[in-house]
Design a protein around this ligand. Sequence first.
Ligand SMILES: Nc1ncnc2c1ncn2[C@@H]1O[C@H](COP(=O)(O)OP(=O)(O)O)[C@@H](O)[C@H]1O
Ligand SMILES: [Mg+2]
Length: 353
Amino acid sequence: MTNAHPQRFPVQLLGSTTENRVQYFRDCLIEHANQQECLARAMSAIYSACGPRIVQVVGPTGAGKSTLSRKIYQALLEQYRDLINMDPGAVPVAILDAIAPNGSSFNWKDFYIRLLEKHGDILTNRKMLVPRQHDLFEGLSAPLPLERTTTEALRRTSEKCLKYRKTKVLIIDEAHHVLMVNDPKRLEFQFEALKSLTIESNVVIVLVGTYKLLAIRDQSGQLVRRSEIVHFPRYNLRQKEDCQNFLNALIELERQLPLPVMPNLHAKVRYFFLKSGGSIGILKDWLSRCLEHAILRGMRTFDAKFAEEFALSNKSLITILDEAIEGEIALEDASLDEVKAVNQRAILTTCQR
Ligand SMILES: Nc1ncnc2c1ncn2[C@@H]1O[C@H](COP(=O)(O)OP(=O)(O)O)[C@@H](O)[C@H]1O
Ligand SMILES: [Mg+2]
């Protein structure tokens, strides 16, 4: 253990069970530069009074987006503390996950039900439009598209509920699931539903998800006008500042490993950088596995050689990195020449008419 970086975990943990020690490490949060910076930018986008109504936080898997969304939630709760104290019925900020569709398209009905439950609505399962009278008599007509009407009713109730509960910010994590549809034509409906939610209830929606969310920017001009994108990137080995920030994060994580002797992993920082793809999530999961096995084997510490055994396979890393790089490229803006080319095309089409 070096004096410059004393251990951070409560020392009693060393006498605790393997499970408790590993859980402590899994739960511990450190401050790391990209997350801090992204938090500041997301908060500023949310606050800008007459600004966009949709803030999209995008980044690769494992960057720490879900953790960030909970930090945003906590920061906003703090911000609205007075409002909550004055009006206990108010829900100024809400957070929920967009659940991955079960085979087909994203399930709005389920989403609205969970949103209403978050707001304390206990009658969500009873919300549906009254069937037309002839549907009440067997065999008289084709069945009503009940699913659709129920979703519509839930949508309207959700929008009203957000208004009455004075909700100002709605955070949707794993929001790329909203865009998962079995028919590409349905995407437009997904955009409409988001637009309706923000306009009708006047909330700022924070969509947190992978780069797949960029489809909104690329395909819905109407939502683009109302959105701002906040990038939460991985650490990039080619950037000097990122190397330093990754090193700091690795040291902070080392200090949280409840072992009698603090591992000196940062001596091999490049190796850890490479084998985690610059992702704090991948790094932390990896170190958790090392910790568990080190404790089970009765070791007092572990080193990079030991960690090798528990690292992700290179093939898995390549898949993750490919996806991240593809997202980073998609995020790059088009050139002004491309804008000019589109204008030129428009002029030509007009002349040919
Ligand atoms: N600031 C942080 N400090 C420590 N661990 C973190 C931090 N942010 C994220 N993690 C860990 O990294 C892993 C992935 O984080 P998560 O927020 O789920 O990422 P994402 O949503 O981008 O996939 C989780 O195990 C989480 O606990
Ligand atoms: Mg996540």
